[in-house]
Design a protein around this ligand. Structure first.
Ligand code: 1GP
Length: 268
């Protein structure tokens, strides 16, 4: 298998259960705090670390955050090897989820190479991607082809990305987008309600997208507890992303407990 498809195959591999990823916004926390939160998440059973935000991220803060997270995970992984324990559970990919070409870091493992499909701006449909592609090629980070759809309420990313939001009852519209994503050759489809959204993506929208395509479906925005995550999983989500949830906890042990319960509940 090509080295470049390593993370994509990890993400798209069919699992009997849904997986959780923690989203770290480098604009909201120091690299040190981000690293501690990621360690708690990995210990709780999270399967990926996403790094991104819809404003105030740049190569500097993204790079510093990725490096701090890598260091803490490598340290723990090394300690486990010394104790002859398996370190498999710690080979968790660090994936950029960038707001644009200016917030890339060559230290990450991969980047969601995405089209904000329901944007009305050519900037988010194609221009940022063209600006970022040569940087990705030079850094040797793996691009993950992804369709990105912002659903109501949409939040900041909906505004910044000039999205024509997918409303709760627009099941046919989301099906058409899911098909389009598949026809374009994307492998992942991210259904986003916006970070900190008052309501998550409507489960009927997830169901419709699930019916329309075979893509790996990622759902995030406004998910704060395991029961809400479970509804998204039952509707067809393969991955659940939470960002704000972890930011509520400064104590790593408490965060680990909360996320352990969250992951258990979402697959119960
Ligand atoms: C935002 O979907 C993510 O891009 C996560 O949202 O911060 O609301 O968990 P929350």
């Amino acid at each position: 298998m090509s080295e470049k498809l390593k993370i994509l195959s990890y993400l798209t591999k069919k699992h009997p259960y849904a997986r959780h990823a923690i989203l770290i916004d480098p604009a909201d926390q120091t690299p040190d705090v981000a690293a501690k939160r990621c360690l708690a998440a990995v210990n709780a059973g999270s399967s990926m670390i996403l790094i991104g935000g819809s404003s105030d991220t740049d190569t500097n803060n993204v790079d510093a955050t990725v490096i701090a997270i890598k260091e803490i995970l490598e340290l723990v992984s090394w300690a486990k090897t010394q104790e002859s324990m398996s370190s498999d559970d710690l080979s968790i990919p660090i994936v950029l989820f960038p707001q644009g070409a200016a917030s890339l870091s060559s230290s990450a493992d991969a980047v969601t190479f995405m089209m904000l499909m329901n944007s009305t701006s050519s900037r988010y449909l194609i221009e940022e991607q063209v600006a970022g592609a040569p940087h990705i090629e030079r850094s040797n980070i793996e691009p993950l082809p992804m369709g990105y759809l912002v659903c109501a309420p949409g939040g900041k990313v909906g505004e910044v990305g000039k999205a024509k939001l997918i409303q709760k009852d627009e099941t046919e519209r989301i099906q058409a987008y899911a098909l389009t994503a598949e026809y374009y050759g994307f492998k992942l489809l991210y259904l986003e309600a916006g970070s900190g959204a008052s309501e998550p993506v409507e489960p009927e929208l997830i169901k419709s997208a699930r019916k329309a395509c075979e893509l790996t479906i990622i759902v995030g925005g406004g998910i704060r507890d395991g029961q809400t995550a479970k509804k998204a999983v039952t509707a067809g989500a393969d991955w659940i992303i939470t960002g704000n949830l972890a930011e509520e906890y400064d104590d790593s042990d408490e965060l680990q407990r909360v996320l352990t319960q969250f992951i258990e509940e979402m697959n119960s």
